[in-house]
Design a protein around this ligand. Structure first.
Ligand code: SF4
Ligand code: SF4
Length: 164
């Protein structure tokens, strides 16, 4: 069974642009909404988010609405503890997909870390991969920061593998 975890080098949920979260008022108190809106920088990212390290600068003191916690999720979203795992995985996938794309290294890495079946890097239309002109196997895959990765499994050269 897939098990939710937050992965490093992501940060997708720290993009807070309010126009993309029209239901904020449904799950934040008025005080929290004021706090939330005060955290949004001009580019839509949280002012506490470090774009270079992709980490929260105030992690230990981050607001309650930033925390994946059974009590928080039940209060805010009506999600029962038994459903928290699946709900949190879907939330992260949605955020990562919105920010980095459905073929991104970030989504592949998240899916692999939580135990969702590894996603094949497709030959056609993938702008982030270069291919061997003869075999069409992936030679290099670039993530959104243009960091290069290469397949480590010679038997499955169209798959990029990561250690969780
Ligand atoms: S979207 Fe999920 S995996 Fe990415 S930083 Fe947020 S909690 Fe972590
Ligand atoms: S306070 Fe930290 S965890 Fe919360 S949105 Fe900002 S950077 Fe992300």
């Amino acid at each position: 069974m897939a098990t939710w975890q937050c992965v490093k080098n992501c940060g997708a949920c720290c993009y807070l642009e309010p126009s993309e979260r029209p239901d904020l008022g449904d799950y934040l108190t008025p005080e929290e909404l004021t706090l939330y809106l005060g955290m949004v920088a001009d580019d839509g990212w949280c002012v506490n988010y470090d774009r270079d390290t992709r980490e929260c600068r105030v992690y230990d003191d981050r607001p309650a609405f930033c925390r994946v916690d059974a009590t928080e999720f039940e209060l805010r979203y009506g999600v029962e503890e038994a459903d928290l795992n699946e709900f949190a995985i879907e939330c992260c996938q949605e955020h990562i997909n919105d920010i980095y794309g459905d073929r991104s290294l970030e989504l592949i890495r998240f899916n692999q870390a939580v135990g969702v079946k590894a996603k094949r890097i497709r030959r056609s239309g993938n702008p982030n991969a270069t291919h061997d002109p003869k075999t069409q196997h992936v030679v290099t895959f670039y993530d959104s920061r243009q960091i290069a990765f290469q397949p480590v499994d010679t038997l499955r050269p169209n798959y990029i593998q990561f250690k969780a």
